[in-house]
Design a protein around this ligand. Structure first.
Ligand code: GLU
Length: 441
């Protein structure tokens, strides 16, 4: 049974970077008929906010990434304490009292000597008397997990064979001096107890994975299959983090990006598979192979979401957008024509408003000086009553006969005068929507 989880910390909204993590874990679960857990990593009571928990759920729901169950770390603190106790009994857990400043100094010294800045385990050599003294002077210390200094190896679903020398990694702090359980311990306990079989996360977690594997083994848990996807960069390879503010899912949604545009790109970006528009989750899942993804940083251009959104919208039929169209005030009997006319001329659904305003209120006409007389003449010949699909051809034929103009010099000034734009939908189809313009004259 495949079990995956998406484990965001509710300290912010989902952005394009962690969307990839969510999506990959979701697809692995669904592809294998497994379970997808939404795990809220809220052990930090200060930074975690309920508003972000709601936001995360909203964003996932918008994308159609449905979870099978929710787990919250803040409700499982007792389990983490039990695991900590177990590690303590095993002699794999030790208390340390260095202040951040002291640790910093140690790191600087090591770097000066050309050594890797790894915690020197000074606390392991403290006598009981020294510990008691430190505890009296400084209060409780942090709790570190004592790594076995051997190579930690795993076959990564994306990165291939990984081998990390545990001696090059600091013994991780799992409990802070104030008693707060840290993510590393909580995550290990959860992954083990919940039977998580596959973990996909960003390559910034590779070192965490090494230490987590040892903690899992110490606690006697099964080690899941790990895969670390590359981090996203901007189009020029620049760090994305600077721009994360604009790349939150809710901002993209606000800008009119459609879920399937985002999903189609994100489910394949950075893999050897082509990026194609998909309109069903099943298509995305069927063609998804984690080992097709590469380890190089993945370039992402937010602007690519818009042409994809536009293409997605063209696949929609009237019932899909009827609500939006009705909300604009388009009469029911004009809705189908309105959609037919606009669907290929919009980037996002928000562009519909501009079209409807233009049709219903009339556009600012564009009339070149040399066309003024011609347009006056043509406008006088517009038929009375409602326009229909034949209006354009009947009218332009009559105008052509009267004025002798033809081709582009006939059609373009008329289009510009009626729509204020040089390009756009077929005028024959536009005319029946334009009746209000006529009424205005
Ligand atoms: N809460 C962690 C994060 O957001 C989860 C990492 C993991 O997948 O284990 O980075």
């Amino acid at each position: 049974m495949t079990i995956t989880r998406f484990a965001p910390s509710p300290t912010g909204y989902i952005h394009v970077g962690n969307l990839r993590t969510a999506l990959m874990n979701y697809m692995i679960a669904r592809k294998n008929g497994g379970t997808f857990i939404l795990r809220i990593d809220d052990t930090d009571p200060i930074r975690s906010k309920e508003e972000y928990v709601d936001g995360l759920k909203e964003d996932l729901t918008w994308l159609g990434l449905h979870w099978d169950r929710v787990e919250r770390q803040s409700e499982r603190l007792e389990k983490y304490r039990e695991a900590a106790e177990k590690l303590r009994e095993m002699g794999r857990f030790y208390e340390a009292w260095e202040t951040p400043t002291e640790l910093d100094l140690k790191r600087k010294k090591q770097l000066n000597m050309g050594k890797p800045p790894v915690y020197d385990r000074a606390a392991l050599n403290l006598t009981e008397a020294e510990k008691t003294k430190l505890r009296e002077e400084r209060g409780p210390g942090v709790w570190r997990f004592r790594l076995d200094q051997e190579r930690i190896e795993w076959k990564d679903g994306i990165l291939g064979d990984i081998s990390i020398d545990a001696a090059s990694v600091s013994d991780p702090v799992l409990i802070r001096a104030d008693g707060q359980i840290l993510y590393t311990l909580a995550s290990v306990v959860d992954d083990t107890e919940m039977g998580v079989t596959n973990v996909v996360r960003g390559s910034d977690h590779v070192t965490n994975t090494a230490t987590q594997i040892q903690i899992m083994q110490a606690l006697g848990g099964a080690v899941p299959t790990f895969a670390h996807h590359s981090l996203l960069t901007g189009p020029q390879g620049e760090a994305l983090s600077k721009r994360l503010g604009v790349l939150a899912l809710r901002d993209l949604r606000e800008r009119g990006v459609q879920p399937f545009a985002l999903l189609s790109i994100m489910a394949r970006l950075g893999s050897s598979d082509p990026i194609e528009l998909r309109t069903e989750m099943k298509q995305l899942i069927d063609g998804f192979e984690i080992n097709h993804f590469g380890s190089a940083p993945t370039k992402f251009d937010v602007e690519d979401l818009f042409p994809m959104t536009s293409r997605y919208l063209q696949t929609l039929s009237l019932p899909d957008v009827a609500g939006e169209i009705k909300a604009l005030g388009v009469p029911d009997d004009k809705a189908a024509l309105f959609w037919q006319v606009t669907r290929e001329n919009i980037t996002t659904l928000q562009d519909l408003r501009g079209w409807w305003d233009m049709f219903s209120k009339g556009a600012e006409p564009m009339i070149a000086d040399e066309d003024k007389e011609f347009i006056d003449e043509a406008m006088a010949m517009l038929p009375e009553g409602e326009f229909d699909e034949t209006t354009w051809s009947t009218w332009t034929t009559a105008v052509k006969e009267k004025t002798g103009r033809k081709g582009k010099t006939l059609f373009m000034p008329l289009r510009l005068a009626l729509t204020g734009q040089a390009q756009g939908p077929e005028m024959a189809a536009v005319m029946p929507l334009l009746k209000v313009v006529k009424a205005r004259r």
